[in-house]
Design a protein around this ligand. Sequence first.
Ligand code: 5MM
Length: 342
Amino acid sequence: MSDMTEQMAQTAAAMVAEGKGILAIDESLPTIKKRFDTINVESTEENRRAYRELLITAPGGEDFISGMILFDETLRQKTRDGVPFPQVMIEKGIMPGIKVDKGAKDLAGRPGEKVTEGLDGLRDRLAEYRDLGARFAKWRAVITIGDHIPTNGCIEANAHALARYAALCQEAGIVPMVEPEVLMDADNDIDVCYWATEKTLRTVFNALCDQAVALEHTILKTNMVLSGKKCPVQAGVQEVAEKTVRCLLNTVPASLPGIVFLSGGQSATLATAHLNEMNRNNDGLPWPLSFSYGRALQEPSLKTWAGNPENFGAAQAALLHREKCNSLACLGQYSDALEEAA
Ligand code: 5MM
């Protein structure tokens, strides 16, 4: 094994080490503005820096978090004491990751569907990100459920881009986190989500194979199989866990080092309960199941902070609580009682 290959193997294994998960703080400028709007904070560069400092430096986070996904701006920012964020993270034993896609754009000829862009110039950007300390990267594809969608055309286009991105990452010695997200915003029942997720994952793994991506050095970040948010009948925790695991067993090769979930708009506690249920009942799975939540880890912390420097410590405590609960969920040891005690 070359040094670079060996390092990717170590990185991938460390990302999903027992009881650890990934904190996603890679909101693009439009998304972080949306989040800040909910707390009436202006999305200035300094406010984004201060908020990300809070998340990155939370004491004890390293016990539950193996890596954080950063936005380009954040990878280049520093603490108020002048220490670059990647350096702070590495000193804490947390691996820096970087979002490298350029966002989901309307897919020509496919109304209502998106394709993620960002392949142009990616080889050069990856080389720079590696020099800045990034050890893994993320690219998110968005699959929408609706009338007659998702189409094959949309799933194929996104899978192809994900595979091209993953191959470029591995060429640069960076572990690709491959994120196809089937959105949970519609009124579909859970079985439609199962169908769309299964089809998407099958297509993605075929594309990865076509582009010679080493699955041993790849992490999958995916949605859980859920009822759409607007569906009048919501599947319970057990059904979500059972159908998600069944879908993954039917589509994801055993050689993958690990699978992490996005939260996708679930409440913070439900995202934890679903992950816990999957891990509580499934000892013999081929891969660890962990978390890479954005909103479900950050929301309580964002609300507590509310842009006020005096709330810095309390907001870090709120983040740590969610990190600890999800760490326990990776081990199948989470319970509702932990929320009441908090
Ligand atoms: C943290 O949000 C990420 C960036 O989103 P945009 O590129 O749309 O700004 C997002 O990719 C995130 O990593 C995943 O969706 C998981 O986050 P959630 O909130 O769904 O757990």
